[in-house]
Design a protein around this ligand. Structure first.
Ligand SMILES: NC(=O)N[C@@H](CC(=O)O)C(=O)O
Ligand SMILES: [Zn+2]
Ligand SMILES: [Zn+2]
Length: 322
């Protein structure tokens, strides 16, 4: 049996209404807490929307702590003073770069005053780091922006979300204030699973899953137990209908712990760091303790959750969440 202490998903999309109802238990079965992304329509970028969204999640879950993120815009100091205790971080989406990011940031300079205040108030910055260049180069092209942000705001904790390009990981040891989340799909898949055979739209996401070399480096960082590397699923449900229209996002929530248990087999200590301890220590998180257990028993991933097709649909795993 594997016993995990207080697993945390540091990057999660739950949506609202019916989709939220369908997907939420797949996360709360496995995680004590999750960082909830704010890219709804309209975005979660004010107190009322934040409170209502958190309420909706709490009303439909038990023993689960949603750590709320705000959608980046030009906030005033008063707004942030009021909200600082209510949020985990503020999420920066470059405008138009991913799902529901049309209201995102057009020029990073515009939000420098906000970043200044966040640094003062100790509010972390979460970033979807992609340029608008060639699809495989977008994360690499964002590297200099991460470096500039890290230098200009040395006390601001900056999370490079869903890192899929090895080059970004090397920044972790160069800049004290940079952190990274890693998804299940960037850890286990390559572009071959997306487009190497029959096109698999269910594995299409931003940033796009990259090369075997990137995957190998990501796996090395994760296996090393690097303190600044944290699990963030970026589980991003879209209905099959929308996936077939080209929506970006992998719905991985149902299979996370069984898949990671196989990946980490025999190294539960590193599994524990990646899935919880690193995040708790990096961000001084205070989450009610909850143990999650896996037993060594064959388990099949669901084919369908509502109208959403999960990652590894129907695949057999050697571990089952109790
Ligand atoms: N990762 C994705 O491809 N999609 C996410 C947005 C995001 O995290 O960029 C979504 O909300 O669907
Ligand atoms: Zn993103
Ligand atoms: Zn995301």
């Amino acid at each position: 049996m594997i016993v995990l202490d207080t697993p945390i998903d540091m990057h999660l999309h739950l949506r609202e209404g019916k989709i939220l109802e369908n997907v939420l238990s797949h996360t709360t079965n496995q995680f004590a807490a999750a960082v909830i992304m704010p890219n709804l329509i309209p975005p979660v970028d004010n107190k009322e929307r934040l409170f209502n969204y958190k309420e909706e999640i709490l009303a439909k879950s038990e023993n689960f702590t949603p750590l709320m993120n705000l959608f980046m815009r030009e906030y005033s100091e008063d707004e942030l003073l009021d909200l600082a205790e209510e949020i985990f971080a503020i999420k920066l989406y470059p405008a138009g770069i991913t799902t529901n990011s049309e209201n995102g940031v057009k020029s990073i300079e515009n939000i420098y005053p906000v970043l200044e205040i966040m640094q003062e108030l100790n509010i972390p910055l979460s970033v979807h780091g992609e340029s608008s260049g060639f699809v495989l180069d977008r994360e690499r092209e964002f590297k200099s922006i991460y470096e500039k942000l890290a230098r200009d705001f040395p006390k601001l904790k900056i999370i490079m979300e869903h890192v899929g390009t090895a080059d970004l990981l090397y920044l972790l040891d160069e800049y004290e204030n940079l952190y990274a989340t890693i998804t299940l799909h960037h850890l286990l898949l390559t572009l071959d699973e997306v487009a190497g055979g029959m096109l698999n739209p269910h594995y299409f996401c931003k940033p796009i899953i990259k090369t075997p070399k990137d995957r190998l480096e990501i796996q090395k960082f994760v296996k090393s137990g690097h303190k600044k590397v944290m699990f963030g699923s970026d589980s991003a449900p879209h209905t099959i209908k929308n996936k077939l229209k080209g929506a970006a996002g992998v719905f991985s929530a149902p299979v996370i712990l069984p898949a990671l248990a196989e990946f980490f087999e025999n190294d539960i200590e590193t599994f524990q760091k990646f899935i919880s301890t690193n995040a708790i220590e990096n961000f001084n998180l205070n989450i009610p303790k909850r143990e999650v257990k896996l037993i060594k028993e064959e388990w099949s991933a669901p084919y369908l959750v509502g109208e959403i097709k999960p990652m590894f649909a129907g695949r057999k795993f050697r571990y089952k969440v109790l």
